[in-house]
Design a protein around this ligand. Structure first.
Ligand code: UD1
Length: 313
């Protein structure tokens, strides 16, 4: 049975990906430093004898090296990251350390320990404010934040390594991932997790800007499936791929839907836009479909209902 390492395993996307890998018959070692992750997200995984968890920071090269010496990994799902665009402005050094340097560390350890593949969490943020939508992988990247620059740098580094070393790399440009277990408790949290929590509690939400910004929201289970597929597929092509639905919805449209479910919640408060914020984001999903034969399955209205039905963390 193959063993996979998942960094950021206690996070939102990490924990769903761990569950998916275990459910499809793989062994998983997960690490997390609980910066945004939560051990509760791993409740289900921790009941499996095929799962081991270690509290470890992905920037701790010695700790990681020991882990690579102790196990023979068939692949690494590298998700551990500083996930917030605004936080990358307030903590640029941490962004560099976590979102660039740690990617390099993980890649070098893979190469040195004959781990053949990395699946890396890149971001749609690399496209920046594109005039042309949907965002296609062939478009020129235009990062608008330290976060986006770091994700793009990591992609370049990984794909360059694949040219000279026995390493394969799949960089998934995640669009806006949402679903149960996304922590809503920080202003840096994903917008849908915050909106869902506030509506459930009956408190008004804050919208940065006019609410007409649009996002391509993709349900977390679709992302977990793609991660598992890219890690375990016999043959892959090292490259970057959008992970998206090619459907976009504005925050105001999301609010209209939420008001249908919770009609008594006070209207949103609108304040200034955030620095580095992208206006419109929607991805072309063809490259993923053509290469991996998969596409997002969960339509937004269904995914939103699943999110609202899940217990808040
Ligand atoms: C998100 C992800 C990022 C990912 C990127 C890919 C998070 C925290 N960020 O960035 O990791 O790489 O998508 O596209 O998951 N907003 C409000 N009110 C709030 C919170 C947010 O109006 O209370 C607005 C933001 O200003 C922004 C939009 O909602 O316009 C989405 O924000 P956010 O969920 O933080 O995600 P992105 O910045 O798009």
């Amino acid at each position: 049975m193959d063993t996979y390492l998942v960094t950021g395993a206690a996070g939102f996307i990490g924990s769903h990906s761990v569950d998916y890998l275990l459910a499809t018959g793989h062994k998983v070692i997960g690490i997390d430093n609980f910066y945004t992750g939560n051990i509760k997200n791993l409740d289900q995984a921790l009941r499996s004898s095929e799962f081991q968890f270690l509290e470890l920071d992905v920037t701790d090269e010695h700790g990681l090296a020991a882990l690579f010496s102790a196990h023979k990994f068939a692949g690494v799902l590298h998700l551990a990251a500083l996930v917030s665009v605004p936080e990358s402005f307030s903590k640029p050094a941490l962004n560099f350390k976590t979102n660039i340097a740690a990617t390099d560390t993980v890649a070098r350890l893979c190469i040195d320990n004959q781990c053949p593949r990395i699946v890396f969490a890149s971001s749609a943020a690399v496209y920046g404010n594109s005039e042309i939508l949907p965002n296609v992988e062939t478009a020129r990247p235009n990062p608008q934040s330290p976060y986006a620059a770091a994700k793009l740098s990591s992609e370049i580094l990984l794909l360059t390594y694949t040219k000279s070393y026995p390493l394969e790399a799949v960089c998934f440009r995640y669009f806006n991932v949402y679903g149960p277990r996304q922590d809503p408790n920080s202003p840096y949290s994903g917008v849908l997790s915050i909106f869902a929590k506030n509506f459930q509690e009956g408190s008004p939400v804050t919208v940065y800007g006019d609410g007409e910004q649009t996002r391509d929201f993709i349900y977390v289970q679709d992302v977990a499936r793609a991660n598992c597929n890219a890690l375990t597929a016999k043959r892959i092509s090292s490259n970057y791929y959008n992970l998206c639905t090619n459907q976009a919805i504005s925050l105001n449209q999301v609010l209209t839907l939420l008001h249908q479910y919770y009609p008594n919640v006070t209207p949103a408060q609108y304040i200034a836009s955030r620095v580095g914020d992208i206006r419109h984001s929607r991805g072309d999903a063809s490259r993923l479909q053509e290469t991996f034969g998969i596409s997002a399955q969960v339509p937004f209205d269904k995914g939103l209902k699943k999110l609202l039905a899940a217990k808040s963390p």
